[in-house]
Write a protein that binds this ligand. Sequence first.
Ligand SMILES: Nc1ncnc2c1ncn2[C@@H]1O[C@H](COP(=O)(O)OP(=O)(O)OP(=O)(O)O)[C@@H](O)[C@H]1O
Ligand SMILES: [Mg+2]
Length: 640
Amino acid sequence: MTAPKTPRPARQQFSSRVRLGVTGVDEISERFATNLSEGGLFVRDDKPPLVGSLVLIEFVLPNGQPLCRAAAKVVHARPATVPGDKTAGMGLQFVKLDTVAQSIVDKLNAQVQISRPVSDTATPEPQRLTLSPLESPLLAPSGPIVGIDLGTVNSCVAIVQKGVPKVILSPQGYDTLPSVVFIAADHEVHVGHKAMERMILDPLRAIYGSKRFLGRPFTSREVQSYGHFFNYELVAHQNGRTAAKVGDKILGLEEVGAHILRQLRSMAEQTLGRTVSRAVITVPAYFGETQRAAVREAGKLSGLHIERILNEPTAAAVAYGYGKAMGKTVLVYDLGGGTFDATVLRIDHDAFDVLATDGDPFLGGSDFDDRVTEYVLATFERGRNIEIRKDPVAVQRLRFAAELAKRQLSEATAAEIDLPYIAQTPQGPLHLKATITREVFERLTQDLVDRTLTLVQTVLDRAGVTSDDLDDVILVGGQSRTPLVRQRLFERFRRRPSTAVHPTEAVALGAAVIAEMLHAGTTVKLADILSGSVRVVRPDGQTECLLRRGTRLPAQVEFEVPAEKGRAEIRVVLLRGEEPLAKDNTLLGSLSFPPIASSAAFGAKAKVVLRINADGLMTVSALHPVTGEHKALDLSLSGN
Ligand SMILES: Nc1ncnc2c1ncn2[C@@H]1O[C@H](COP(=O)(O)OP(=O)(O)OP(=O)(O)O)[C@@H](O)[C@H]1O
Ligand SMILES: [Mg+2]
């Protein structure tokens, strides 16, 4: 075997070296090829080098000989705050691969159909998008259609029976199913309440809150910035997406979602006594194409044909207003377990018109739990020479207790946390006892509530709606039960927010209503808007906005894309986002015309038409100016 070349820049410029043990090329292909091709890797390190430093990565054989090398730049670094802090480490972005590493990547690229951005200068955040064609089963599935709210913390399934939408209960009798998947050491998978029971004893084997990362590339800012706050490890998976690693098992987040959907499906089948293979699934309104595609993929893996992907606030508004023949402008305030979103809708009889929407995927009930957990931990550890935060089981027990206390504080003015044997010391076991008052809880979490109100204002402004124009504020999401939320909304709008819908069931119930209408062949009037602008990349790496966020659907735009400078190739690269530079937006998809041997090709411009129909279905067609060749691309913004 020829000695692998050391990548430039030269070795002495590296501020540290990371050695990863492998058994051979096959193992690198299996475990790291996507990291190499997609450009990212997270490495644990108590004292990571500064952001911007160069690190040499060596894949080393058991005999100590390096097999291949890569140079990487530190893009984010988190030093250990306490000894043994497992969240400490660095996010690395590869800048150079040696020939062996490059050949692994080339092999992978040959296997997977990819769409790449226009050019190096115009490259958005490294990611790969496989555009799955729209599902068009030869034999249309039949049978009932259920409505599913695939939530960050809780999921819910509902169906319309005898004209009434009803939630289907879990085997334990609950109206929601915890969105938790537990992977036992023998690889047995437990879902929902069973997963929660096991999670308390073995927290490192539970995958929770994964919707926050579903459909996001592993190298995305969200995964790199927030991924290490979770108990389970996030790693790069096929297509550059994100997977969870539990022990030696790697599970794509689509597969995690599929486990939850399978459980919901089986609950529905047991209740209805028949096969269920069709569903309407909801997603946050601001979910982009890759996230919607991931939900579709999860549905497919679970054996469900996704009839429609519906926006959560629209589903909640349907639960609130369907069949009531009202004319109202409403704000849907949805503070769930993991995400917050605010949407202004116009309800006119049976038409639901989204005027503006936005959300924060990292603001929800679990952030409230974190505040209580941290407060109790800090108070308990203070003055005692012990750090129970290092014990994952103790922290998990406390998190569960904190969440329960938080819920009790929605009714009572104080709540107790009582955890015997929280830690063992030479003097005997320790008992954690704490009282949290509502006042303390509100002090700990008021900034989170403030953040929701700031976003509400942004959305109202975007919709051009004042508080006087609003007829109702509809509360959705379990965390909206918190009195401080209601109080702040009351202060802001001078009216009591509506509790007409059940906060944790409304989304699934609304989805069930839409499902029933699809089943009955009734037309559903759901007018949507683009939740993020669509842009095209220009050869200088800048972008041009084709359709602005908030554009009413359906929409159509025609534009021209010139051949790249000095090359007779034409590439049409579409992005979603609000930033002028290509690299700061998210790749939607691309199509290209290869170079042709004709001088007429230089400077020629392809004519492109982009259409998004009322259901959010996006199609792009392009015409080559010289050859007359026609190319088309299907992208589904709403997954229809
Ligand atoms: N009575 C209550 N008071 C305060 N918080 C509550 C109450 N009941 C539930 N919660 C919180 O609501 C959150 C779950 O809400 P929900 O089921 O609406 O979330 P989700 O739909 O899974 O999340 P998302 O919509 O963000 O995907 C949890 O953080 C839970 O602790
Ligand atoms: Mg929700």
